[in-house]
Write a protein that binds this ligand. Sequence first.
Ligand SMILES: CC(C)(COP(=O)(O)OP(=O)(O)OC[C@H]1O[C@@H](n2cnc3c(N)ncnc32)[C@H](O)[C@@H]1OP(=O)(O)O)[C@@H](O)C(=O)NCCC(=O)NCCS
Length: 144
Amino acid sequence: MEFRKWSESDRLELFQLEKDIFSDSWSLYAIDESMGCPAFVGYSLIDNGEIIGYYGFYAIMPEGHIANIAVVEKYRGKNLGFALLSHLIQMGDEREITDYTLEVRAGNVPALNLYKRLGFQQEGLRKKYYGDGEDAVIMWRRKK
Ligand SMILES: CC(C)(COP(=O)(O)OP(=O)(O)OC[C@H]1O[C@@H](n2cnc3c(N)ncnc32)[C@H](O)[C@@H]1OP(=O)(O)O)[C@@H](O)C(=O)NCCC(=O)NCCS
Protein backbone atom coordinates (compact mmCIF):
# COMPACT_ATOMS: atom_id res chain seq x y z
CA MET A 1 0.00 0.00 0.00
CA GLU A 2 1.23 3.47 -0.78
CA PHE A 3 0.11 7.09 -0.79
CA ARG A 4 0.06 8.85 -4.15
CA LYS A 5 -0.60 12.50 -4.85
CA TRP A 6 -3.73 13.10 -6.94
CA SER A 7 -2.91 13.43 -10.59
CA GLU A 8 -4.95 13.96 -13.71
CA SER A 9 -4.86 10.26 -14.52
CA ASP A 10 -6.76 9.57 -11.28
CA ARG A 11 -9.64 11.98 -11.95
CA LEU A 12 -12.14 9.48 -13.42
CA GLU A 13 -11.43 6.83 -10.77
CA LEU A 14 -11.84 9.46 -8.03
CA PHE A 15 -15.05 10.69 -9.63
CA GLN A 16 -16.47 7.16 -9.72
CA LEU A 17 -15.53 6.57 -6.07
CA GLU A 18 -17.11 9.89 -5.04
CA LYS A 19 -20.36 8.85 -6.75
CA ASP A 20 -20.24 5.40 -5.11
CA ILE A 21 -19.55 6.75 -1.61
CA PHE A 22 -21.31 10.11 -1.24
CA SER A 23 -24.89 11.13 -1.97
CA ASP A 24 -23.63 14.70 -2.43
CA SER A 25 -20.51 13.68 -4.35
CA TRP A 26 -18.01 15.99 -6.00
CA SER A 27 -18.59 16.57 -9.70
CA LEU A 28 -15.81 15.94 -12.17
CA TYR A 29 -15.60 19.71 -12.50
CA ALA A 30 -15.04 20.06 -8.74
CA ILE A 31 -12.30 17.43 -8.86
CA ASP A 32 -10.58 19.18 -11.78
CA GLU A 33 -10.94 22.55 -10.12
CA SER A 34 -9.42 21.31 -6.86
CA MET A 35 -6.46 19.75 -8.65
CA GLY A 36 -5.83 23.06 -10.38
CA CYS A 37 -5.86 24.99 -7.12
CA PRO A 38 -2.37 25.65 -5.68
CA ALA A 39 -3.69 25.42 -2.10
CA PHE A 40 -5.18 21.97 -2.64
CA VAL A 41 -3.45 18.85 -1.35
CA GLY A 42 -4.97 15.52 -2.37
CA TYR A 43 -3.63 12.01 -1.84
CA SER A 44 -4.94 8.53 -2.60
CA LEU A 45 -4.11 5.28 -0.87
CA ILE A 46 -3.20 2.71 -3.51
CA ASP A 47 -3.39 -1.06 -3.24
CA ASN A 48 -2.53 -3.23 -6.23
CA GLY A 49 -2.85 -0.23 -8.52
CA GLU A 50 -6.33 0.69 -7.28
CA ILE A 51 -7.47 3.64 -5.19
CA ILE A 52 -8.89 2.24 -1.93
CA GLY A 53 -9.09 5.54 -0.07
CA TYR A 54 -8.41 9.22 -0.56
CA TYR A 55 -8.49 12.66 0.99
CA GLY A 56 -8.24 16.27 -0.03
CA PHE A 57 -7.73 19.49 1.88
CA TYR A 58 -7.02 23.14 1.22
CA ALA A 59 -3.94 24.58 2.92
CA ILE A 60 -5.09 28.11 3.68
CA MET A 61 -2.37 29.19 6.04
CA PRO A 62 -2.41 28.52 8.92
CA GLU A 63 -5.61 26.51 8.48
CA GLY A 64 -6.24 23.21 6.78
CA HIS A 65 -9.77 22.91 5.40
CA ILE A 66 -10.57 19.25 4.90
CA ALA A 67 -12.74 18.76 1.83
CA ASN A 68 -13.11 15.00 1.70
CA ILE A 69 -11.85 11.75 3.14
CA ALA A 70 -13.12 8.30 2.29
CA VAL A 71 -12.29 4.62 2.30
CA VAL A 72 -13.81 2.21 -0.23
CA GLU A 73 -16.53 0.28 1.63
CA LYS A 74 -14.96 -3.18 1.59
CA TYR A 75 -11.72 -1.81 3.12
CA ARG A 76 -13.36 0.01 6.03
CA GLY A 77 -12.69 -0.91 9.66
CA LYS A 78 -9.04 -1.72 8.95
CA ASN A 79 -7.54 1.52 10.25
CA LEU A 80 -7.17 2.97 6.75
CA GLY A 81 -9.29 6.03 7.58
CA PHE A 82 -7.01 6.60 10.53
CA ALA A 83 -3.96 6.18 8.25
CA LEU A 84 -5.41 8.64 5.70
CA LEU A 85 -6.23 11.30 8.27
CA SER A 86 -2.82 10.86 9.94
CA HIS A 87 -1.16 11.29 6.54
CA LEU A 88 -3.26 14.40 5.87
CA ILE A 89 -2.15 15.92 9.18
CA GLN A 90 1.46 15.05 8.40
CA MET A 91 1.21 16.75 4.99
CA GLY A 92 -0.43 19.77 6.63
CA ASP A 93 2.13 19.98 9.43
CA GLU A 94 4.89 19.96 6.80
CA ARG A 95 3.19 23.03 5.30
CA GLU A 96 3.02 24.63 8.76
CA ILE A 97 -0.72 24.20 9.09
CA THR A 98 -1.60 24.55 12.77
CA ASP A 99 -5.39 24.20 12.80
CA TYR A 100 -7.57 21.79 10.84
CA THR A 101 -11.29 22.07 10.27
CA LEU A 102 -14.05 20.15 8.56
CA GLU A 103 -17.77 19.64 8.49
CA VAL A 104 -19.41 16.28 8.87
CA ARG A 105 -22.99 15.02 8.85
CA ALA A 106 -24.32 14.87 12.40
CA GLY A 107 -25.35 11.25 11.86
CA ASN A 108 -22.04 10.05 10.44
CA VAL A 109 -20.86 8.22 13.56
CA PRO A 110 -17.83 6.44 12.00
CA ALA A 111 -16.44 9.75 10.70
CA LEU A 112 -17.22 11.65 13.92
CA ASN A 113 -15.38 8.96 15.92
CA LEU A 114 -12.44 8.95 13.52
CA TYR A 115 -12.04 12.72 13.84
CA LYS A 116 -12.36 12.63 17.62
CA ARG A 117 -9.76 9.89 17.79
CA LEU A 118 -7.32 12.23 16.05
CA GLY A 119 -8.03 15.18 18.32
CA PHE A 120 -10.88 16.99 16.54
CA GLN A 121 -13.56 18.59 18.69
CA GLN A 122 -16.99 19.92 17.86
CA GLU A 123 -17.07 23.74 17.81
CA GLY A 124 -20.30 24.39 15.98
CA LEU A 125 -23.42 23.06 14.32
CA ARG A 126 -24.93 24.23 11.03
CA LYS A 127 -28.60 23.41 11.09
CA LYS A 128 -29.98 21.72 7.97
CA TYR A 129 -26.72 22.36 6.14
CA TYR A 130 -27.00 19.47 3.73
CA GLY A 131 -29.44 19.27 0.85
CA ASP A 132 -31.44 16.52 2.55
CA GLY A 133 -31.85 18.61 5.72
CA GLU A 134 -29.21 16.92 7.88
CA ASP A 135 -27.20 19.13 10.26
CA ALA A 136 -23.44 19.63 9.82
CA VAL A 137 -21.11 19.36 12.80
CA ILE A 138 -18.18 21.78 12.53
CA MET A 139 -15.00 20.35 14.00
CA TRP A 140 -11.56 21.78 14.63
CA ARG A 141 -8.22 20.31 15.63
CA ARG A 142 -6.16 23.17 16.98
CA LYS A 143 -2.51 23.20 17.90
CA LYS A 144 -2.36 23.71 21.65
C1 LIG B 1 -15.21 7.58 7.97
C2 LIG B 1 -14.32 6.55 7.26
C3 LIG B 1 -13.31 7.29 6.40
C4 LIG B 1 -13.58 5.75 8.33
O1 LIG B 1 -12.67 4.90 7.64
P1 LIG B 1 -12.27 3.45 8.22
O2 LIG B 1 -11.06 3.00 7.47
O3 LIG B 1 -13.43 2.55 8.23
O4 LIG B 1 -11.87 3.83 9.74
P2 LIG B 1 -10.76 3.13 10.62
O5 LIG B 1 -10.82 1.65 10.49
O6 LIG B 1 -9.45 3.78 10.34
O7 LIG B 1 -11.25 3.52 12.09
C5 LIG B 1 -10.70 4.64 12.76
C6 LIG B 1 -11.67 5.10 13.82
O8 LIG B 1 -12.87 5.56 13.22
C7 LIG B 1 -13.98 5.21 14.04
N1 LIG B 1 -14.84 4.28 13.30
C8 LIG B 1 -14.57 3.67 12.13
N2 LIG B 1 -15.61 2.91 11.73
C9 LIG B 1 -16.56 3.03 12.69
C10 LIG B 1 -17.87 2.50 12.85
N3 LIG B 1 -18.41 1.68 11.94
N4 LIG B 1 -18.56 2.87 13.95
C11 LIG B 1 -18.06 3.69 14.87
N5 LIG B 1 -16.81 4.25 14.78
C12 LIG B 1 -16.07 3.91 13.69
C13 LIG B 1 -13.42 4.58 15.29
O9 LIG B 1 -13.14 5.60 16.23
C14 LIG B 1 -12.12 4.01 14.76
O10 LIG B 1 -11.17 3.85 15.77
P3 LIG B 1 -11.15 2.47 16.63
O11 LIG B 1 -11.04 1.37 15.64
O12 LIG B 1 -9.95 2.62 17.49
O13 LIG B 1 -12.44 2.45 17.38
C15 LIG B 1 -15.17 5.55 6.42
O14 LIG B 1 -16.20 5.05 7.23
C16 LIG B 1 -15.77 6.14 5.16
O15 LIG B 1 -15.11 6.22 4.13
N6 LIG B 1 -17.04 6.55 5.22
C17 LIG B 1 -17.75 7.09 4.04
C18 LIG B 1 -17.20 8.43 3.64
C19 LIG B 1 -17.37 9.44 4.75
O16 LIG B 1 -18.39 9.50 5.41
N7 LIG B 1 -16.33 10.28 4.92
C20 LIG B 1 -16.34 11.35 5.90
C21 LIG B 1 -17.00 12.55 5.34
S1 LIG B 1 -17.00 13.92 6.48
